[in-house]
Design a protein around this ligand. Sequence first.
Ligand SMILES: *[C@@H]1O[C@H](CO)[C@@H](O)[C@H](O)[C@H]1NC(C)=O
Ligand SMILES: *[C@@H]1O[C@H](CO)[C@@H](O)[C@H](O)[C@H]1NC(C)=O
Length: 302
Amino acid sequence: MKAGVAICLGIAAFLLIGVIVLIVVSLKTLQSDEMAVMYNTISRELYQDVKQEGLHNGPPGFEFITFPSVYRTIQYPYLSCLNKDGVIITLDIAFQYQIQARDLRNIVLQFRDHDNFEKVLTSTGESAIHEACSKYNTTEFQAARQDFQASVREALSARYQYLSTNIDDLQVNNIARPAAYEQAVRSKEAARENIQVAESERPRLVTQAETVLKEAETSAIITTNRAESDARIALNRAEAEAKAIYNQYETEAQTYLQIMQEQNLSTAGFLAYMGVRTIGLAKNPVYAGVDAPAKTSYIANP
Ligand SMILES: *[C@@H]1O[C@H](CO)[C@@H](O)[C@H](O)[C@H]1NC(C)=O
Ligand SMILES: *[C@@H]1O[C@H](CO)[C@@H](O)[C@H](O)[C@H]1NC(C)=O
């Protein structure tokens, strides 16, 4: 009797433990940022409804195939793409996506779980960015950044629509052109600036050159004037000197003529007179080769 009670109690305890275990394996929680579809691992059945946050019960041995119910970010920190000109552009792009809950079962059927699905989203996103990238040339990447961002968004939305995923925000954080291209652009800018500087300097240099020319012309005129003036002075002085010498000889001639007339001298007589005067005036003895008889003949009236 006692043994029968003990066996009954044992069975009851065993059943109770079994029930507790069953309850435990039939209850699962979802976090506030999760949604999921139920999968029965025993019957291999995928259930229809999508469960949101909370405690859920299901058949024993079920599993949740969990996806994020909130926006998640996909980032491409160094994505290289070829633009319309064939120049390699390095982009830093990020965007936020949200999976549409109503299509979650389909997504699970196609892509199994979130890890797989995110890989597909990432590569689809990349191809959308490549498509947008190829529509813009290098100049437009700088000038029409907003347009480029809109194009990426458009291409992404078009593709994600077939993956039952919404795009919320898109950030184009950086657009980098190849270093060599940047260098070339900078050189071109520098050259353009130099040309501008040269052009703005040109009037000043022309003015400077004109000033120098004017100075040279003025200086030439001054030099010519001075030379002419000097020449005139020299000529005047020469003329004055010539006149003075002429006057001196003229006066002398007048004097001699007067002497000749006063003294009633002939030319020969006057020459004899001059000879005597010259020798008489000399301080030192003069040995003139003049013959004495000849001397007398100079004198008209001895
Ligand atoms: C880039 O495209 C714009 C508009 O399509 C065009 O005006 C510009 O000349 C292009 N630039 C180059 C370098 O091809
Ligand atoms: C001057 O000399 C000439 C001849 O030599 C003579 O005929 C004349 O009379 C003289 N006159 C006087 C004023 O002495």
